[in-house]
Design a protein around this ligand. Structure first.
Ligand code: 3PG
Length: 402
């Protein structure tokens, strides 16, 4: 491996900072966690660290968004998965967190509060600057080892991701190790045409990554779904009214430039489904009215997308094609996932929602690689070196040079 793993360290008796990514979909009303696969994945490294004092840290949501919460419910879910007691502190870098860490005994597990409560964790830094943040200078002295296991946020250069690993011995956790091994194995054997089925809600992130995917020969055809499809349809002038999303003008103008630059790459839906009084109503995109909320792809679009998937050498699908949690609108997501699962292509499916959908439809076994990562995976596939991976490689070089 290009970096160190848990096999390289004797961890019992040590105090370990374990950065995981338990960022999960939340019910905006009850603030209950809707989907726990990332918490399950995070538990793997914790299990292999028993004997150490394990301080777990994660973010949840983005400041100002509805899914931005404390980590109390994550602690409860993790406790059930591990069947071990977890101390949850409503603090990240303050005196309470520090006191609780100092009190820990071997075998103890502690979960810090949402890292993004600390302002610094909402900014990107170089590793050297991240190491100088208050978060890292206050906490790093309490730890012997930094274990980075938040693969879904490996594209961020936040202090918890590139700062601790700059000043402490650092290695990858089980999830990062498994993802990188599997993805590197797949990427060496993939063949074209590369078909990307792209949805997901973080539109700005996706627009930036998709350009690099195309430029690096990893996306010959991009079949758009979800909010990002709506943005492209608006850029094409086929949706006539504002979408009501964040930074709307900016994302539409970016989509517009991408269509101009790569006119043969992007495919948008021709028909869609909306909700009318609790029923599914299908229509041509041009028939949409202001106030109609697009909740799924229509049958003509699905038929066309399925054909493209079947002619692919490699398929990468990220983000659901509609509101599949409601049976009226699962058609697009389920049909595309079935096509991906039954194709002869090398297949990668990404994101927590699709991971849950694959399990629900009994298709998980038929996919070559399933990752709960979203944006990080899209970027990983571009071939760009992600900040977390870079940080792990540098930590390995320092360790080996000793
Ligand atoms: C994700 O869900 O993609 C990761 O948890 C990263 O979250 P972010 O995009 O808010 O940094």
């Amino acid at each position: 491996m290009r970096f160190l793993t848990l096999e390289d360290f004797k961890t019992s008796g040590k105090t370990v900072f374990l950065r995981v990514d338990m960022n999960s979909p939340m019910d905006p009303e009850t603030m209950q966690i809707l989907e726990t696969s990332r918490i399950r994945e995070s538990a793997e490294s914790v299990k292999d660290l028993l004997g150490a004092k394990v301080v777990i840290a994660s973010h949840q949501g983005r400041v100002g968004n509805k899914d931005y919460t404390g980590m109390e419910n994550h602690a409860k879910v993790l406790e059930q998965i591990l069947n071990r007691q977890i101390t949850y502190v409503e603090d990240v870098i303050g005196t309470e967190a520090q006191r609780e860490i100092k009190k820990m005994k071997d075998g103890d597990i502690l979960l810090l509060d949402n890292l993004r409560l600390c302002a610094e964790e909402n900014y990107e830094f170089s590793p050297a600057d991240a190491a100088k943040t208050i978060m890292v200078t206050r906490l790093a002295k309490l730890f012997d080892l930094c274990v980075l296991d938040s693969f879904p946020s490996s594209h961020r250069s936040h202090p918890s991701i590139v700062g601790f690993s700059h000043v402490l011995p650092a290695c990858a956790g089980r999830l990062v190790e498994r993802e990188v091994r599997k993805l590197d194995e797949i990427m060496t054997v993939t063949k074209g045409p590369h078909v990307v089925v792209l949805g997901g809600s973080k539109v700005m992130d996706r627009l930036e990554a998709i350009k690099t995917l195309i430029q690096n020969g990893r996306a010959d055809q991009v079949l758009l779904t979800g909010v990002i499809a709506n943005v492209f349809m608006r850029a094409q002038g086929r949706v006539k009214f504002p979408l009501g999303i964040k930074s709307e003008d900016e994302v539409i103008s970016k989509a517009h430039s991408l269509i101009g630059e790569y006119p043969d790459v992007f495919t948008t839906p021709v028909d869609i489904a909306i909700d009318r009084d609790g029923s599914r109503v299908e229509m041509d995109v041009r028939e949409l009215d202001k106030g109609d909320q697009i909740l799924d792809l229509g049958p003509k679009t699905v038929e066309h997308y399925v054909k493209s998937i079947h002619s692919a050498g490699t398929v990468f699908m990220s983000g659901p094609a509609g509101f599949f949690e409601n049976d009226n609108f699962k058609f697009g997501t389920e049909s595309l996932l079935r096509a991906v699962a039954n194709s002869f292509a090398t297949t990668i499916v990404s994101g927590g929602h699709l991971t849950a959908a694959l399990k629900r439809y009994g298709l998980a076994e038929k996919i070559h690689h399933i990752s709960t990562a979203g944006g990080a995976l899209v970027l990983y596939l571009t071939g760009v070196k992600l900040p977390m991976i870079q940080s792990l490689e540098e930590a390995a070089k320092r360790y080996r040079a000793k």
